[in-house]
Design a protein around this ligand. Structure first.
Ligand code: ZN
Length: 253
């Protein structure tokens, strides 16, 4: 269950190189028992940073590829695995429909959550103004520096993209005083010294939910940054890739 060699594997819920399949299976059982959902079947995905949303009625033996799940079936628990990316859960209480999405920057550019709401409308008659959304802990705008390719992808897709980025200067006093010491530490174009561009993935997904017709008051966000809270959350960035996965789940009993 727990790794002791690095402080990164505690209650890891996702298959990754940093843990064994047996550990993950045992951790998932503990997790579901703790949530009092041990009798429900867990449906997860082989997440591929896509815009693919799957409608499911049963847990698959081999997880489907994709980054969104929708179901109306009671007893099925939809699980999204993250360690910095944004987990988003949707509930349609009127229609008893639930959905879960994995949105990193790629899935966000592909509008996975906007597409998901569209699918709920089309296939299940969901009314967006009735939907409740929860955005889980993910890497915050405080920590999520991105490269130019990410900025240009967002600019090409969203008219409000400028509102999703901010310039952040490195406030490390040592680096400011002795910039020459750090000039060679990084590849060209990736200097720590100039302003870094930070992306607000929560806001990006909140905008998509609003555009899809959700009410502002029906969108809840944890507001916590995974990279700022490594003692509490797994963070791919914060732990340099060697980390576990958290899981966000939603289902109908
Ligand atoms: Zn942070």
């Amino acid at each position: 269950m727990f790794r002791t060699d690095r402080a990164t594997g505690e209650l890891n819920l996702g298959a990754s190189k940093s843990d064994t399949a047996a550990n993950v299976a045992r951790n998932r059982r503990l997790f579901l028992t703790e949530l009092d959902t041990a009798r429900m079947k867990l449906a997860t995905l082989r997440q591929i940073h896509s815009g693919v949303v799957r409608e499911v009625s049963a847990a698959q033996k081999e997880p489907l590829r994709g980054d969104g799940l929708i179901t109306q079936h009671a007893g099925l628990l939809l699980g999204i695995q993250t360690a910095d990316c944004v987990p988003i859960l949707l509930i349609d209480p009127d229609n008893r429909t639930v959905a879960a999405f994995h949105a990193g920057w790629r899935g966000t550019v592909k509008r996975i959550v906007e597409r998901g709401v569209g699918l709920m409308r089309m296939r299940y008659g969901s009314r967006p103004e009735e939907l409740l959304a929860a955005i889980g802990p993910c890497i915050g705008a405080c920590c999520y520096s991105v490269g130019e390719e990410v900025v240009s992808e967002f600019h090409s897709q969203f008219c409000y993209s400028a509102e999703l980025f901010r310039e952040v200067y490195d406030l490390d006093p040592v680096k400011q005083k002795y910039p020459m010491l750090f000039l060679t530490a990084r590849a060209p174009g990736h200097s720590n010294l100039g302003p870094q561009t930070h992306l607000d993935l929560v806001e990006a997904n909140r905008r998509q939910l609003l555009d899809a017709g959700l009410k502002k008051r029906n969108i809840w966000s944890s507001g916590e940054c995974t990279a700022c809270n490594p003692e509490k959350y797994f963070s791919h960035r914060g732990e340099h890739g060697f980390t576990g996965r958290m899981m966000a789940v939603v289902g109908i009993r």
